[in-house]
Design a protein around this ligand. Structure first.
Ligand code: BES
Ligand code: ZN
Ligand code: ZN
Length: 488
């Protein structure tokens, strides 16, 4: 989809269909031409409601306010409403709130995110028909933003939304089409296109690195594991960020096999790793002045004669011993070794991990929100704030010493599950904290994206299936680090 920016009024530019965003339920605005027709059609200007007036070549959409989240959703719903039509080009006026650019960014993101469809396995494709969008700066205070600033904002929005869609594609791909070696070649291909460097660790190298917990989880699969390391080093880096992602290309639960209903959708257990790939793509394309490293532990958790077992004791890369009591709590084992490896390779100012780690997080905060954990209040609030600024939902889940006791083991240093039914998202986070070095203790946040990463219905600007959770929040956060000197 390409965007064209102009200072001409909407009436003077080409575009088969004009999109009009009606903000605040207000049909009285003088710029709305078709008041009578809209009333007749029963258009009540509600958020996301659309009304296509074919003969007028106009599509109206409601937005509750000029807030980024509302405009993004409205723009996404425009694209959804146009699925199945033959329109190829749109024109739309830009909106701004006192010269701020976030409305413009949200609108462009919304168009790209809302146009996403996953058609790989459909014989009959139903892709979004829109190829071209002209944006006019003339109306609704748009001229308060100069054209260069506006085109930079559009460029950023395009990169962020395209990276989100790139992540969605990886997550939606079936486990037999996207297994660890495939994830590694996706990373290599993306690195080649964007100028990132990319190192892939295969089983021999993983053995040499003593990543025995990761290897144990991978053992029963015919697909051998990979650890991916992507690097972005700009000329004058302001600080160093490390990202680590859980890349379970399939999670059957292992010998602690998942019930049939719970196993469906577990292709999405690679969402954390896929988010890391998407974030790295965006960071490279935006050429952000931050050194960023992306690590992915790509593994398949299966059953078989060689499977790791409840009762095993595994030794992680940092030497800690882990009593296995449930092979379905595998993500934390893969992350333990990948986190240790990442910290050995890079001393960073910020360390973030992304994982569809626990069903408990979904129970706790619902499908749409990520849980943010860690030892530092400051880092947790930074993540939550930037997630919200980016259009994602996130909330902090605080650690406490009482829950920490529940992952104690009688026979090893730590147990891979807790001895209580409650607080599972937090105890999983506290398990990970065992694998964070002293020097990174207050630099780390764990982001459990199990809720929003994959939802079997469309919501907001997200489609059925993968949402690309984690990408927008982290791109926004790294952009913030690039701007705000007080954070270095
Ligand atoms: N991948 C799952 C967590 C998950 C569940 C993600 C639902 C997305 C949706 C993880 O590996 C897992 O199975 N966790 C177990 C942990 C338990 C055995 C302590 C869980 O949440 O039930
Ligand atoms: Zn599992
Ligand atoms: Zn899992």
């Amino acid at each position: 989809m390409n965007f064209e920016l102009t200072v001409l009024p909407v009436a003077d530019i080409s575009g088969e269909l004009e999109v009009v965003i009606v903000v605040d339920g207000n049909l009285k605005h003088c710029f709305i031409h078709d008041k009578k027709l809209l009333k007749k059609a029963g258009f009540s200007c509600e958020q996301d409601e659309t009304c296509l007036l074919v003969e007028k070549n106009r599509l109206y959409v409601g937005a509750s306010s000029l807030k980024g989240a509302d405009i993004r959703r409205a723009a996404a719903n425009v694209m959804k409403a146009l699925l199945g039509t033959k329109y190829k080009s749109l024109k739309v006026a830009t909106y701004t709130n006192k010269g701020c650019t976030y409305t413009l960014r949200a609108m462009v993101e919304g168009f790209i995110l809302g146009a996403y469809t996953f058609e790989t396995y459909k014989s009959k494709k139903n892709e979004c028909p829109i190829k071209h969008i002209s944006l006019s700066l003339e109306e609704y205070n748009g001229l308060e933003i100069d054209i260069e600033k506006a085109s930079l904002v559009i460029h950023k929005a395009q990169i962020t939304a395209d990276a989100t869609n790139f992540t969605r594609d990886i997550v939606n791909t079936t486990p037999d089409d996207c297994y660890p070696a495939v994830m590694a070649s996706i990373a290599e291909g993306m690195a080649e296109n964007t100028g990132l460097s990319c190192k892939i660790l295969k089983p021999k190298a993983l053995k040499k690195e003593k990543m025995e917990t990761l290897l144990a989880v991978a053992r029963a699969s015919r697909h051998t594991p990979r650890v991916i390391h992507l690097t972005h080093i700009p000329k004058k880096a302001k600080c160093v960020v490390t990202l680590v992602g859980k890349g379970l290309t399939y999670d059957s639960g292992g010998l602690s096999l998942k019930p049939a209903d719970y196993m469906v959708t577990m292709k999405s257990d690679k969402s954390g790793g896929s988010a890391v790939l998407g974030i790295m793509k965006a960071v490279a394309e935006l050429n952000l002045p931050i050194e960023v490293h992306g690590f992915v532990g790509a593994v398949e958790n299966m059953i078989g004669g060689d499977a790791y077992k409840p009762d095993d004791v595994l030794v992680a890369k940092n030497g800690k011993t882990i009593e296995i009591r449930n092979t379905d709590a595998e993500g934390r084992l893969v992350l333990a070794d990948t986190l240790c490896y990442a910290q050995q390779e890079v001393k960073s100012d910020y360390l973030f991990d992304f994982a569809t780690l626990t069903g408990a997080c979904v129970v706790g905060v619902g499908h749409y929100t990520s849980g943010v954990m860690g030892n530092s209040e400051k880092i947790k609030s930074l993540v939550v704030k930037e997630a919200k600024n980016s259009g994602e939902l996130a909330t902090a889940l605080d650690f406490n010493p009482y829950l920490k006791k529940t992952i104690k083991s009688e026979i090893a240093d730590v147990c891979n599950i807790s001895n209580t039914r409650y607080g599972g998202a937090i105890t999983a986070g506290q398990f990970l904290s065992e694998f964070i070095d002293k020097e990174h203790t207050d630099k780390w946040a764990h982001i459990d994206i199990a809720g929003p990463a994959f939802v079997e219905h469309a919501w907001g600007e997200n489609p059925h299936g993968a949402s690309g959770a984690g990408v927008r929040m982290m791109v926004k956060l790294i952009e913030k680090l690039a701007k705000d000197e007080s954070l270095h």
